[in-house]
Design a protein around this ligand. Structure first.
Ligand code: PBG
Length: 327
C-alpha cells in the first residue's frame, strides 16, 4: 500500500503536528446574565452551571475568566418587570443598571472586550425584539430605539455592539447613530444569520424574555434557508458591520462555512443556550462525556469556519485548555 493515512495519526506528537484546527481561549466570548442589586446570584434552572449575577459578583467572575485567558464578554440584562414597557425606554434610560454595570466592568478591566446586546426583548413588555402594533412588528420605528440603545451602551463603555434584533437596515442605522454621537471606534458584530430557533429556550428562561404572544418568525430567519444568509451578509457588510455572526452554531455549521466563503470579515458563531443545555443534561445522566463533547463541538464550530465562538462553555473550556487538554 502506498497510501496509509494512519501514519499521520500514529502518535500524539504526529497528530498534534498535522492538526488543522485549534482552539484558544482568546477566540471565546463568554455570554453572561446580569441582575440588578448587590450580592445576587441565581442559577438558571435550564442551564446548570450558569448564573445570573449582580455586578459585584460578575466582576469576580470576569476576573477568574481573564486568568484563564478569556478576554471577551457579552453581557445581557435580566430586567425586572416594572422597568419593561412597549417601547423599551429603560434600555437607554440614565438609571438603567445594565449601563452602570458596563461602565463598572470597563473601569475595573479596561483591557477586557465588552460586547453588548441591542434588541428590545429584555426591556419590552411584549417580549419582542421590535415594537408590536396589532400583532405586527414595526421595522423602521424600531430602528430609532435601537440607535438610542446602541449609543447609550457605547457611552457606557461597550467595545462591540451586537444587534440581535434582525430588523432590516439596523446595522446601517446603528453605525450612523454611533458615528454621529462620536463613537466611530465602537465596533458592530452583527447577528447576520439569526434563525428562528427553538434552541433559544433556556436563554429566554434566564432573562424571562419570551414573547408574550406570537413568535419571532417574521424577523428571525427560516431554518430552511441558506441563500438568505448570503443576502443578509452582503447587506450587513455594506451597512458597515465589522464582524458577522451565525446563530445558533451547531445546527447551522453549513451556514458558518457558507459565510466564511462569502465574506472577508471575521465570522463568529453563537453556540446558544439550548446547545449548552443539551450537553449538560445528557452528561448529568451519564449518557455523554461532558468535557469531550464540549471540546469536540467547539472544534467543529471552528472547523466549519468560525473565527470566534460565543459560548456558555467559555470558562470551562478555557480551564481545560490551560491544563493542556489534548483532543
Ligand atoms: C435577544 C437574544 C436572544 C439570544 C441572544 N439575544 C433570544 C431571542 O432572540 O429570542 C439567544 C441566545 C441563546 O439562546 O443563548 N434578541
Amino acid at each position: 500500500m502506498l497510501q496509509r493515512p494512519r501514519r499521520n495519526r500514529k502518535s500524539a506528537a504526529v497528530r498534534n503536528m498535522v492538526r488543522e484546527t485549534s482552539l484558544s481561549a482568546s477566540q471565546f466570548i463568554f455570554p453572561m446574565f446580569l441582575l440588578s442589586g448587590k450580592g445576587q446570584r441565581s442559577e438558571v434552572a435550564s442551564m446548570p452551571g450558569i448564573y445570573r449575577l449582580s455586578i459585584d459578583l460578575m466582576l469576580k467572575e470576569i476576573e477568574e475568566c481573564m486568568k484563564l485567558g478569556v478576554m471577551s464578554f457579552d453581557i445581557f440584562p435580566a430586567v425586572p418587570d416594572e422597568h419593561k414597557d412597549k417601547y423599551a425606554t429603560y434600555s437607554y434610560a440614565e438609571e438603567n443598571f445594565y449601563l452602570h454595570a458596563l461602565s463598572a466592568v470597563k473601569k475595573e478591566f479596561p483591557e477586557a472586550c465588552i460586547m453588548t446586546d441591542v434588541a428590545m426583548d429584555p426591556y419590552s413588555s411584549d417580549g419582542h425584539d421590535g415594537i408590536v402594533e396589532d400583532g405586527r412588528i414595526l421595522n423602521d420605528e424600531t430602528l430609532d430605539i435601537l440607535g438610542k440603545m446602541a449609543v447609550a451602551q457605547a457611552q457606557a463603555g461597550a467595545d462591540i455592539i451586537g444587534p440581535s434584533d434582525m430588523m432590516d437596515g439596523r446595522v446601517g442605522h446603528i453605525r450612523q447613530a454611533l458615528d454621529e454621537a462620536g463613537y466611530s471606534e465602537v465596533s458592530i458584530m452583527s447577528y447576520t444569520a439569526k434563525y428562528a430557533s427553538a434552541y433559544y429556550g433556556p436563554f429566554r428562561d434566564a432573562l424571562d424574555s419570551a414573547p408574550k404572544s406570537g413568535d419571532k418568525k417574521t424577523y428571525q430567519m427560516d431554518p430552511a434557508n441558506s441563500r438568505e444568509a448570503i443576502r443578509e451578509a452582503m447587506l450587513d457588510e455594506a451597512e458597515g458591520a465589522d464582524m458577522l455572526m451565525v446563530k445558533p452554531a451547531l445546527a447551522y455549521l453549513d451556514i458558518i462555512a457558507l459565510l466564511r466563503e462569502t465574506t472577508t470579515l471575521p465570522v463568529a458563531a453563537y453556540n446558544v443556550s439550548g446547545e449548552y443545555s443539551m450537553i449538560k443534561a445528557a452528561s448529568e445522566r451519564g449518557w455523554l462525556d461532558e468535557n469531550r463533547c464540549m471540546m469536540e463541538k467547539l472544534l467543529a464550530i471552528r472547523r466549519a469556519g468560525a473565527d470566534i465562538i460565543l459560548t456558555y462553555f467559555a470558562k470551562q473550556a478555557a480551564g481545560l485548555l490551560k491544563e493542556g487538554y489534548n483532543f
